[in-house]
Design a protein around this ligand. Structure first.
Ligand code: HEM
Length: 519
């Protein structure tokens, strides 16, 4: 049987040739398919975790573990300034691209991410409005009130509450310690409610979250984090909201006795009074009055007020805690700030008002440096705030970004950029004392992104800085402070906004500088 043997041997000889032939075909196929995919789906070129090409579910794990913010920062360390985080989603961290995307004349618009901040079935509020024209109109209604231009003296209202807070701490100082993670949010909610409604929630006096507002907002933020990632969930919620049974859970109203309902009842009551008072010619201008006078429909007042109360409470108290925590962590910084405050009090003892005035505090270089650095190291917000690429498409860092892509903003990673120097992870207020004007300007331009930019820049920036100046100055002028537990000074959880807990400090009244004597 010589024939089959020779055929077998011939086939054997051909095997390597066939293998080489098949390998060449596979390589070509792979090459052209990859090219085709990259041409047809340009986002595949953007670096990022493999799972991100197919779904965003991999992010749920990080959300669940409370590691979402850290995960986003790590992604940029690993992949660079632009990272693919979902089938149609990228995230960016560099200041120039963020400014371009958020600019007033940008072609980008707000994406479905913002629907997760809706509080009403049919109407959006200033933070959730996606239509650029309507959003800009809302800003023109709210802006003058929030910046303090069209209301009664914003600063004296803030003063009243800071004084009350310091007096409360003076009482506490005798017993030795205070939990700033509970005391500061009560101060900021009192303050913002007073400015909004003309009457404070008075939580500081009772030392409790009287209307459950802070608790309700924080629980809401947990849900909002998930719904913002998955617009499909928002559609389910919107559908549930149409059913009578579930409506109160999805879209709160003043008729509810849970969640933000009790706070909405106060707002509703204040609104009714305002409507009657305006008939009587009483035009005392708190924010609500200012908004109504500028054309805010009365049926929209409640949800707008809740958004502003939420926007002005945990953001500022978290920022203040970040600054205080950082100062207490470094004895040299603590002493330097204290020395500046003491010298300032001594030199200006005749003219200094109590509490310190915002414009005066802004003249203290080291105090300002500590506040800037605290905001930079601990930006309160880390939400994605995704914008949508216009039908023209875009190019970011050399990558083609097709129309309809969702571009998220990584505000945390931006503040860890090396434009701040070789040590961006370190809290070092001295970096803000540089004489290098161009460098300083660049740092300030990057820091301001903590408050957003352009068409949606935070409307409460002035208020936030005024509060921070007074809180930090007066706290360190009045008291000696140290961590109660230096091994675990605080706990932080990430819920869209960072929330601290168990931030207990030892507090002692100072005898050398008596601030109230210099009133
Ligand atoms: C340190 C404190 C604060 C920080 C870090 C902060 C941060 C931000 C950021 C990043 C945005 C932009 C959101 C976006 O991209 O769409 C924003 C918007 C806003 N903030 Fe603040 N905020 C602070 C304090 C306040 C305060 C005290 C108020 C008012 C009481 C306030 C009211 C608002 C409002 C109304 C908007 C919406 C602006 C718009 O959509 O056009 N914020 N804030």
């Amino acid at each position: 049987m010589p024939q089959p043997v020779s055929t077998f041997l011939a086939a054997l000889a051909l095997l390597p040739v066939t293998a080489i032939f098949l390998a060449c075909i596979s390589v070509k196929l792979w090459f052209f398919t990859t090219l085709l995919i990259k041409w047809k789906f340009p986002l595949t070129r953007v670096p990022g975790p493999t799972f991100a090409r197919w779904s965003r579910f991999w992010l749920v794990k990080a959300l669940f573990a409370g590691r979402f913010a850290d995960e986003l920062v790590d992604l940029h360390k690993k992949y660079g300034p632009i990272v693919r985080i979902g089938p149609r989603h990228v995230i960016i961290s560099d200041a120039d691209s963020i400014r371009r995307i958020l600019a007033v004349d940008s072609s980008y618009t707000r994406g479905p991410w913002f629907d997760s901040l809706r509080l009403h079935m049919t109407r959006a509020n200033v933070i959730s409005e996606r239509d650029p024209r309507r959003h800009s109109h809302m800003r023109s209604i709210l802006g003058p009130g929030l910046s303090g231009h069209s209301i009664f003296d914003m600063e004296s209202t803030i003063d009243e509450h800071v004084k009350g807070w310091i007096a409360m701490l003076q009482g506490t100082a005798r017993s030795g310690s205070v939990d700033l993670s509970t005391s500061l949010p009560l101060l900021t909610v009192d303050l913002i409610s007073h400015l909004c409604l003309g009457k404070s929630f008075d939580c500081s006096k009772s030392k409790t979250d009287r209307y459950g507002f802070i608790r309700a907002m924080r629980s809401g933020m947990i849900i909002q984090q998930y719904t913002s990632l998955f617009p499909e969930l928002q559609s389910v919620l919107a559908w549930l909201g149409k059913l009578r049974l579930f409506r109160p859970l999805v879209y709160p109203t003043h008729k509810d006795n849970f969640g933000v309902g009790p706070a909405m009842q106060l707002i509703h009551g204040a609104l009714q009074k305002k409507i009657n008072a305006s008939h009587n010619g009483d035009t005392k201008a708190d924010m609500m009055t200012s908004f109504i006078a500028r054309g805010l429909p009365t049926d929209q007042v409640e949800s707008e007020m809740i958004i502003i109360l939420a926007g002005g409470t945990d953001t500022t108290s978290t920022a203040a805690q970040g600054v205080i925590f950082s100062i207490l962590s470094d004895k040299t910084i603590y002493k330097r700030l204290r020395a500046e405050i003491d010298d300032f009090c001594y030199i200006n003892k005749r003219s200094l008002k109590y509490p310190i005035q915002d414009a005066v505090a802004r003249k203290m270089p080291y105090l300002q440096a500590c506040i800037y650095e605290g905001l930079r190291r601990y930006p309160p917000l880390f939400q994605l705030r995704e914008r949508v690429v216009s039908p023209m498409g875009d190019c970011i860092h050399g990558y083609e970004i097709p129309p309809g892509t969702f571009v998220g903003i990584n505000g945390l990673a931006t503040q860890l950029d090396t434009i701040y120097g070789h040590d961006p992870e370190v809290f070092r207020p001295e970096r803000w004392l540089t004489k290098h004007t161009a460098h300083l300007k660049n740092m300030h331009r990057t820091l301001e992104l903590v408050f957003g930019y352009g068409s949606s820049r935070c409307l409460g920036v002035k208020m936030a800085y005024t509060e921070l100046n007074k809180i930090i100055f007066e706290l360190f002028a009045h008291f000696d402070l140290s961590f109660l537990d230096p091994l675990q000074p605080w706990k932080r959880s990430a819920r869209g906004i960072f929330i601290q807990s168990d931030f207990k400090v030892e507090i002692k009244l100072r005898c050398r500088v008596n601030r109230q004597a210099s009133r």
